[in-house]
Design a protein around this ligand. Structure first.
Ligand code: PLP
Length: 406
């Protein structure tokens, strides 16, 4: 029976454990650089002004009710999500080669994609993940009985992309393998391939017949430009790949807890693409039904209203530029402070990396020391959430880093 300890005690989720430790800490100058959620310059969660506006409009709608959404989600939401990620003029959309389901944020989209591959994709049951990757990728994929393998991604010596390592692993991967790619703002490293490198990645994947699965959790949040942050996916679609996309609205709308996301299947261009897309959509709907029945309504209503309204969309873009701009400013401030302090090592990687995170290069020992001595909280791999920095604490953090590095 279960009272006889057949279920072992699982370790606490490291990130949420770190958050709990931070909350308990009573030190006045403590700094949270752990969780990947945007904070304003006062270290407070930020409700995007556009989300407030949309919320106001929705709450005044006399026809609003709490009925179930369709199995595949709010249709205006899924179609706007296709346009957002693929581009409004995407031939794939026009040719009926895309089928989309609203999911439980990006996590749910990764899961639905994994489940679909596990059930229906026969060339391979191995999904290659970048080393390192968002920790949840491993358990999401193994939960649906896919094997995981790694491709090199981060070079500890340059604190940039290990492009040769990545290309060589892709070249060696068995034909048909699934390759999970971060569309932009790679988590945890903040390191993205250049356009030229993406082109070479696509070429190797084409040659080796590898199957792309894109995870896009930071569109617009990374650079402030929605099209720029979707470039890699659009390029692969243009090249005619059949692929999957897991899309999250947690970060770019600040809708973390509302679980708004979308999963897309995109077929390559062919005479039977439209018919195949229909078949695949029908199977995805059955998977969705057995997993969650219907996705949650609130976050999707907010996002849908904004995505489908010209003025609200423009305001959203402004809000995105504000978030990404503040983060870029903090990157510059941290780098220049460390350089001013003549902290041993080079710090240009902080401004070269992009998105929510920076891989500082601090060792686990240094991470534990900076937590104990300065009450600065970051994950053990030396990743810091840039959004946790602000004009009030960046000098303090730079000095704390300086101290543990010396
Ligand atoms: N994928 C990556 C790479 C992420 O960093 C995250 C969030 O941190 C997600 C997906 C999904 O997050 P959510 O389920 O909150 O949308």
């Amino acid at each position: 029976t279960f009272t006889e300890a057949v279920v072992p005690l699982a370790p606490e989720d490291p990130l949420f454990g770190l958050m709990a430790a931070y909350r308990k800490d009573t030190f006045e100058k403590k700094v949270d650089l752990g969780i990947g959620a945007y904070r304003d310059n006062n270290a407070k969660p930020w409700v995007l002004p556009v989300v407030k506006k949309a919320d106001d409009i929705i709450s005044k709608d006399p026809d609003l009710n709490h009925e179930y959404l369709p199995i595949a989600g709010l249709p205006q939401f899924t179609s706007a999500s296709q346009k957002l990620v693929l581009g409004a003029d995407s031939p794939a959309i026009k040719e009926g080669r895309v089928t989309s389901l609203q999911t439980i944020s990006g996590t749910g989209a990764c899961h639905l994609g994994g489940l679909f591959l596990s059930k229906f994709y026969s060339p391979s049951k191995t999904v290659y993940l970048s080393n390192p990757t968002w920790a949840n990728h491993n358990q999401i994929m193994s939960n649906v009985h896919l094997k995981t393998a790694q491709y090199p991604y981060f070079s500890a010596s340059t604190r940039g992309l290990d492009f040769d390592g990545m290309i060589s692993a892709l070249s060696d991967a068995p034909s048909g393998s699934i390759i999970l790619l971060h569309a932009c703002a790679h988590n945890p490293t903040g390191v993205d391939p250049t356009k030229e490198q993406w082109k070479q990645i696509a070429a190797v994947m084409r040659e080796r017949n590898l199957f792309p699965f894109f995870d896009t959790a930071y569109q617009g949040f990374a650079s402030g430009d929605l099209a720029k942050d979707a470039w890699s996916i659009r390029y692969f679609v243009e090249q005619g790949f059949e692929l999957l996309i897991a899309q999250s609205y947690a970060k770019n709308f600040g809708l973390y807890g509302e679980r708004a996301g979308c999963f897309h299947f995109v077929a390559g261009p062919s005479a039977s693409a439209q018919e195949a897309t229909k078949r695949i959509g029908s199977q995805l709907a059955i998977l969705q039904r057995s997993e969650i029945s219907n996705p949650p309504a609130y976050g999707a209503r907010i996002a849908s209203l904004v995505l489908n309204d010209k003025d609200l969309f423009a305001l959203w873009e402004e809000n995105l530029r504000e978030m990404s701009g503040r983060i870029i400013d903090m990157r510059k401030a941290l780098q220049s402070k460390l350089e001013e302090l003549k902290t041993p090592g080079t710090w240009n990687h902080i401004t070269e990396q992009i998105g929510m995170f920076s891989f500082t290069g601090l060792t686990e020992k240094q991470v534990l020391k900076i937590r104990a001595d300065a009450h600065v909280y970051m994950t053990k791999n030396g990743r810091i959430s840039m959004a946790g920095l602000n004009t009030n604490n960046v000098d303090y953090v730079a000095q704390a880093i300086d101290k543990v590095v010396r």
